[in-house]
Design a protein around this ligand. Structure first.
Ligand code: CTP
Ligand code: CA
Length: 226
């Protein structure tokens, strides 16, 4: 939070950021989640705020300090995140989807605590809506959408598919097995993909990367709006 930016290039703009994991309930006492810490998304939201934007942060459960001078919408499940983000579809100039959304949810959430039974357990899951792809479809000509991609192999190939298939303007691709990257770390190594090309960035703090991402998204927005 140390960086103060005098020039406010995002003044008058609305930025929506999603961050953190989602939780998918199995029964009243259990849920499925992932290792997302929310650090990257929170850094993006703080950078956008410090650059002058009006920010809404839609966040899954994380143990980070709640940021000030922005709207914070707390959600738990992918469906709740979907609804919170969709409700903002006409309001945002830039949408950054850094949340680690569960691809699946339990088909039938048990009303009662599931009792231990036998030596195996089989649970049916159904796919969650893809929030990024949905927002990419609804996107208007003067809006910018940014997604993330988490890969353990074929980074550029997989991330390029996400850029195209989800209608994103920019994808921030993380290779999970790099030393300086990962859920709980304060640094990240990413490759940025846009319609213009592919750029591998050096290791940097998530804080600095937040500014880097917002600057690139602003450039895309300015270009779109001529
Ligand atoms: N995403 C989303 N809604 C989902 C799943 C993913 O909005 N139900 C978004 C993430 O927030 C991220 C991007 O899509 O910005 C890519 O997420 P990722 O898990 O890397 O890609 P998937 O499309 O889910 O593909 P896979 O998990 O099979 O690699
Ligand atoms: Ca996924």
């Amino acid at each position: 939070e140390s960086l103060l930016v005098k020039d406010k290039p995002l003044k008058g703009m609305k930025v929506v950021v999603t961050a953190g994991p989602t939780q998918e309930d199995l029964d009243p006492v259990r849920f499925m989640t992932n290792h997302s810490s929310g650090k990257m998304g929170y850094a993006v939201a703080r950078a956008a705020r410090n650059l002058g934007a009006d920010v809404t942060l839609v966040t899954g459960p994380v143990s980070l300090r709640k940021p000030v001078f922005m709207d914070v919408v707390e959600v738990r499940t992918a469906i709740q995140m979907f609804e919170a983000v969709e409700a903002l579809k006409d309001e945002y100039d830039i949408l950054v989807k850094s949340a680690a959304v569960s691809d699946y949810r339990v088909e039938r959430v048990s009303d009662h605590k599931m009792k231990k039974q036998g030596n195996q357990l089989t649970i049916d899951f159904v796919t969650n809506p893809d929030i990024l792809a949905h927002m990419g479809q609804l996107k208007k000509a003067n809006q910018v959408v940014c997604g993330f991609a988490m890969e353990t192999q074929d980074l550029v190939e997989n991330a390029t598919k996400k850029l195209v298939n989800k209608g994103a303007d920019l994808i921030v691709a993380n290779q999970l097995n790099e030393d300086a990257a990962g859920f709980k770390k304060d640094t990240n190594v990413v490759t940025i993909l846009t319609g213009e090309g592919i750029t591998k960035l050096d290791v940097m703090s998530k804080e600095a990367l937040g500014y880097e991402i917002m600057n690139r998204l602003l450039q895309i927005l300015v270009k779109k709006r001529g």
